[in-house]
Design a protein around this ligand. Structure first.
Ligand code: C5P
Length: 201
């Protein structure tokens, strides 16, 4: 049986952590759709044209080790504004969403465009300062030499571009449940997401 959980929200709001934990809790498959745009963006840094890069994407590209860098994040956000790039990635995401056994997809447009019929839609947010602090620590722990201010500016540039674009902008679906994780621990955010899913299973 297919059962789709759509989890959207801005960068570093906790979507990834919540999605992984929800998928593990229910035994569902998980797709971080940001990786599709990151892998596409990464290829463009080598000079490949964006649409060509998206069409040539293979599942194994999502496992590349260097997709989490700030440069790749910005490249991802740039290619993600191109309608033909988004179109090239739709079928893969929809097939994943309807696979047997249940699926969690996290991204920006899952509840609005990719899976408008998802059984559960969550919109995970947090304040800019909290998101930048979390991403700053994560990058620093992974050996990146950066500052809180640089990370905050980077997130805000991406969020503005992601929200302002015409093609599938970042916004909550009308029927999405909002979870603001600013004042929550990871365990609290995960528990509240699981409670929302339980209420609809
Ligand atoms: O989620 P993550 O930060 O890895 O996403 C990187 C970029 O990919 C985002 O800034 C956004 O521009 C794009 N993206 C998107 N739609 C999705 C997932 C990610 O446009 N469903």
């Amino acid at each position: 049986m297919a059962f789709t959980i759509a989890i959207d929200g801005p960068a570093a709001a906790g979507k990834g952590t919540v999605s992984k934990a929800v998928a593990a809790h229910f035994g569902f498959a998980h797709l971080d759709t940001g990786l599709l745009y990151r892998a596409t963006g990464r290829r463009t840094l080598d000079g490949t044209a964006p649409v060509e890069a998206a069409r040539a994407l293979r599942a194994s590209d999502l496992e590349a080790g260097d997709l989490r860098t700030p440069d790749v994040a910005q490249a991802a956000s740039r290619v993600a504004a191109i309608p033909e790039v988004r179109q090239a990635l739709v079928d893969f995401q929809r097939a994943f969403a309807r696979r047997d056994g249940g699926a969690v997809l996290d991204g920006r447009d899952i509840g609005t465009v990719i899976c408008p019929e998802a059984e559960v839609k969550l919109f995970v947010t947090a304040s800019d300062a909290v998101r930048a602090e979390r991403r700053f620590r994560e990058l620093r722990d992974n050996g990146f030499d950066t500052t809180f201010e640089a990370v905050l500016a980077d997130l805000q540039t991406r969020d503005t571009r992601d929200s302002a674009r015409a093609a599938a902008p970042l916004k909550p679906a009308e029927d999405a449940v909002r979870i603001d994780t600013s004042q929550m621990s990871i365990d609290q955010a995960v528990a509240s997401a699981i409670a929302e899913v339980d209420a609809r299973l």
